[in-house]
Design a protein around this ligand. Sequence first.
Ligand SMILES: [Mn+2]
Length: 331
Amino acid sequence: MAIDIKLFQKIILENKSFILTTHVNPDGDAIGSVIAMANFLLQMGKNVSIINCSETPKNYIFLDKEKKIEKYETSLDKKILSCDVIMVLDTNSGSRLKSMENIVKTSTAKKIIIDHHLDEENFCDFYFTDTSLASTGEIVYNLISSMTEKFDFNESISTSLYTAIMTDTGSFRYPRTTDKTFFIAADLISKGASPTSTYENVYENWSLGKISLLGKMLSQIKFFCENKIAISFCSKQNFIETNTNEIATDGFTSYLMSIENIKIGILINELNDGVKISFRSKGEIAVNEFAKKFAGGGHKNASGARVFDIRLDEFLPKLISEIENFYNNKL
Ligand SMILES: [Mn+2]
């Protein structure tokens, strides 16, 4: 679907109060996109709140210098019900708003999705989506760049969007990274984003617990289908022993995918009420097809699923036989 920039401009100009939100366990694209959009809207003279269902992960707090992001609680319902526009960024699914899903769906505000994921859910009024782009940050860049004469494309906006793009492209290497991605990144650098300090802030701050958890995850890798598939996990016990939680596993799948000749990497996190699975693949292997077996979804090379009320030791053998079947059928 082509993005209707004129429609976006009209919505901005005709409305006064905006609430921005994004998905549970927000990543760099989620936080970067909401911060950049909020900064833009504030400069346009709007009333803006950012309300998220999750806390901001600590490596993205540097983007929220003015502490604009509020964690959702029911006392904010009135605000959500009475605003003019709710913008949902970096997800197209109500369920990914978790505790906020109901109130967002109940609100009679105009609802907007700005996103790059597949399998759109129809619960909003306006969609600014492009699944060919690597990040929501690029869509935000394209939308607000159409109004540059009306606001200052400052360092905070540039750094936020650079973070969004850097993280969702895996530092400019995932398949949807194109020449356009680099042109946008170059422009953001010219407007103040620093590749060095952004990378340091986002990636070079792992806690000792996270490093220990990574060690356990690496030592637990099992290989299948002639070492083309790597599966590992972080068990409840692993989290307890390293004093971490599932947020610490961000970035772990790239270790699975860095193994020679690997085609599919799977990381399972054992949570209190079930398991959360991340699927990664290379080339034409569409792991989002596989994720559907577990009611999950996502992109061709990066998908996820959530299975409730199952222990890791029950889930693992099921997953292994399913993935072997899936892979062998692809050959
Ligand atoms: Mn994204």
